[in-house]
Design a protein around this ligand. Structure first.
Ligand code: MLT
Length: 312
């Protein structure tokens, strides 16, 4: 592409700091992913990407903030699978998910892990499922609030074992994990970005990873299929979005920068420690993110409607 083919906006963009809205609390799994990617993209863009945590309402407050922002490339959103599930979970969203955003690309798909408090007597997934079925009125499943990845995984787990359990929502990933560690709740299914250190430290019991292959960082944890729950595959995909109407060249510049971050060995190394991997070059494109969002909205609509657990 010759320079003359680029718009005035893209030739000069970015000229100042860019705000990356993370719709969850600082220090949580999404924030961790965002800060690693933002650091790498900042170097490529020659301007700082400042992460701003706008938590609440399952990520919909932060997404709403970006939907309403100027479409000038200086406000971007890094959101996870909740971007798709909220379209069904929240019946009164302040924005139309498929109309309000432009797409930069996918970032990563974080595996999940099925965990229990350490003091539970079961030792494998089959045992956990038997225990849950036999004690369904008292077995508790923690999550980080309606729309959290752990909420979605908990719903999928209950649907997979065809047994409704007692759901315990927390205000975030931190307090949910604290109570699992303290033994106040029994089960949680959460992202490796939040659970790997605890599993490695032996402070929780891990029964399965939700990927087709075992993870290098958790070699002793079987896949859900190996452990007896075939088809229980779920990954928490993350993507970067801009407000609808962002100049195409600006969006392309951001997407190119995301591609650089996805190939950054530091990003890959930190992701690997957290049990995840950067998205491929094909996935780090606007078209791939758009297709993912559309198909995931459809997929989760069925699951959420079957569970009947809405946020309003
Ligand atoms: C977070 O960053 O707080 C989490 O990704 C929330 C969640 O579990 O969805």
């Amino acid at each position: 592409v010759s320079l003359f083919a680029l718009s005035a906006a893209a030739q000069t963009y970015p000229q100042r700091n860019i705000t990356m809205v993370v719709p969850f609390a600082a220090g949580g799994p999404t924030d961790t992913v965002a800060r690693l990617v933002a650091e790498s993209m900042s170097k490529d863009l020659g301007q700082q990407i400042i992460v701003e945590n706008v938590g609440g309402a399952g990520g919909t407050l932060g997404a709403g903030r970006v939907a309403a922002a100027d479409p000038d490339g200086y406000t971007v959103l890094l959101h996870h699978i909740g971007m798709a599930t909220s379209a069904t979970l929240y019946r009164k969203l302040a924005y139309n998910t498929l109309e309000a955003f432009d797409y930069v690309g996918l970032v990563t798909e974080v595996p999940m892990t099925i965990l229990s408090r350490k003091t539970l007597e079961t030792t494998d997934l089959k045992g956990l499922i038997e225990y849950a079925k036999a004690n369904k009125d008292k077995v508790t499943v923690a999550n980080a609030g309606i729309g959290a990845a752990s909420h979605l995984c908990g719903m999928l787990f209950m649907s997979a074992i065809q047994t409704p359990l007692v759901t315990v929502p927390y205000k975030g990933t931190g307090p949910a994990m604290t109570d699992l560690l303290g033994g106040q709740v029994d089960i949680m299914c959460d992202q490796t970005t939040n659970t790997t250190k605890q599993i490695q430290g032996g402070t929780v019991k891990a029964y399965a990873v939700t990927t087709p292959k075992r993870l290098d960082v958790l070699p002793n944890v079987p896949t859900s299929a190996e452990a007896g729950l075939p088809n229980f595959e779920v990954g928490v995909w993350h993507g970067v979005y801009t407000p609808k109407g962002t100049p195409a060249d600006v969006n392309e510049r951001l997407s190119k920068s995301l591609q650089v971050a996805l190939k950054d060995p530091n990003v890959a190394a930190r992701f690997a420690e957290l049990g995840t991997t950067p998205s491929s070059a094909e996935e780090g494109t606007p078209a791939a993110l758009k297709a993912k969002l559309e198909s995931e909205i459809t997929r989760w609509k069925t699951v959420i409607e079957a569970a009947g657990q809405y946020a309003d």
